[in-house]
Design a protein around this ligand. Structure first.
Ligand code: NAD
Ligand code: TYD
Length: 360
């Protein structure tokens, strides 16, 4: 049975990936999830898998070399899928150092422990071992508004935020391991994800949560920044396909020709909420465009991201499957059905972050 070590599996994309993998492979794989449970990590996301015999959770920091080495020593790990990271651009502008710590140093620890566990005495690595580093399209910087400009795997790195700079540094470390040691790895650079279990500091869940409560919907700058939105399950599927069908040592960009201005996203969410809430729901009364509030722009705000997923489509046959209209309805339905999750996620540390960020 193949054993996966997933880092950051209690976060948004990691937990969706674990659900996807158990749906696809059921008892044919084993997953060990290592997560430090920062503000973004939530074991509630994994409630329905926690009692499986082929699932194990280890609470540890990826910067803790001894803890990570111990997992490799006690288990014959076949695949590493490395999600764990500090992931929010706004937080990186306020507290950059923790991004360097987790995203750069943590990745170095993961690489080093995997290399030590997998290398053969005579050189080279044990057969079939693979490391997949999950990264972002933000490492490529910002595109002009020209609709024919896209990020490709060959686009030079040009990160602007402390978040994207730390992810770029971690990508380059993975590249260095591949180039120096022929370490068996892949890198994926994906566009913005949305879907169930996303922490409400990110645009889409923040807008859903605020609109349901009749709170202002903060739009940075002129609201015309463009992001390329991908439903999280499509990302999970792409990661698995790259690891199983991709060529080792290659980078694959993942995204979906689904570019939208932020202001369009707000209008779609408001419209979909009005459509989906029952006529009798009192929240309908306050869900309208008056909630939209333009606020000061994000510092260094990248104007446009867009991926041309040509390589992954041609080589692996992956394509985004979930149209935005369907994905946003599934996401809103999930938030309707998981009010308690949202209430818990949006309490405690988040309250403090929210008032420092938006109510200063
Ligand atoms: P997230 O913030 O929701 O989850 C991150 C997880 O990592 C949390 O469970 C957290 O507890 C854990 N973690 C943080 N620091 C840790 C540490 N030092 N040790 C162990 N665990 C730690 O993030 P996400 O949105 O699920 O993103 C996952 C990965 O995907 C990240 O590497 C991110 O850069 C990348 N990515 C995200 C997006 C997106 O739109 N969210 C797009 C492309 C790539
Ligand atoms: P976000 O979800 O933080 O993702 P990223 O910065 O990684 O792309 O933001 C998506 C877009 O929405 C980005 O252009 C910033 C903008 N935004 C707002 O306008 N208001 C908000 O409150 C947030 C969180 C984001």
């Amino acid at each position: 049975m193949r054993t996966y070590l997933v880092t950051g599996g209690a976060g948004f994309i990691g937990s969706n990936y674990i659900h996807y993998m158990f749906r696809k492979y059921d008892n044919a794989i084993r997953i060990i999830n290592v997560d430090a449970l920062t503000y973004a990590g939530n074991l509630e996301n994994l409630k329905d898998v926690e009692n499986r015999d082929n699932y194990q959770f280890v609470k540890a920091d990826i910067c803790d070399r001894d803890a990570i080495a111990k997992i490799f020593a006690e288990n014959d790990i076949d695949r590493v899928v490395h999600f764990a990271a500090e992931s929010h651009v706004d937080r990186s502008i306020r507290t950059p150092e923790v991004f360097v710590q987790t995203n750069v140093l943590g990745t170095a620890v993961m690489l080093n422990c995997a290399k030590a566990a997998w290398e053969l005495p005579g050189g080279g690595f044990k057969e079939g071992k693979k490391f997949l580093h999950v990264s972002t399209d933000e490492v490529y910087g910002s595109l002009p508004e020209d609709e024919n400009a896209f990020f490709y795997e060959t686009t030079p790195y040009d990160p602007h935020s402390p978040y994207s700079a730390s992810k770029a540094a971690s990508d380059l470390l993975v590249k260095a391991y591949m180039d120096t040691y022929r370490f068996p790895a892949n890198i994926t650079n994906c566009s913005n994800n949305y879907g169930p279990y996303q922490f409400p500091e990110k645009l889409i869940p923040l807008v859903i949560n605020n609109a349901l409560q009749g709170r202002k919907l903060p739009v940075y700058g002129d609201g015309k920044n463009v992001r390329d939105w991908l439903y999280v399950e499509d990302h999970a599927k792409a990661i698995d396909m790259v690891q199983e069908q991709g060529r080792l040592f290659e980078t694959y960009n993942i995204g979906g020709h689904n570019e939208k201005q932020n202001i369009e996203i707000l209008h779609i969410i408001l419209e979909t909420l009005r459509e989906m809430l029952p006529e009798t729901d009192p929240r309908r009364a306050h869900i309208n465009e008056d909630l939209i509030t333009y606020v000061e722009d994000r510092k260094g705000h990248d104007r446009r991201y867009a991926i041309a997923p040509d390589k992954i489509r041609k080589e692996i046959g992956w394509e985004p499957e979930t149209m935005f209209q369907e994905g946003i309805r599934k996401t809103i339905r999930w938030f309707f059905d998981n009010e308690e999750w949202l209430k818990n996620a949006a309490s405690g540390e988040y309250q403090k972050y929210y008032s420092e960020m938006y109510e200063k």
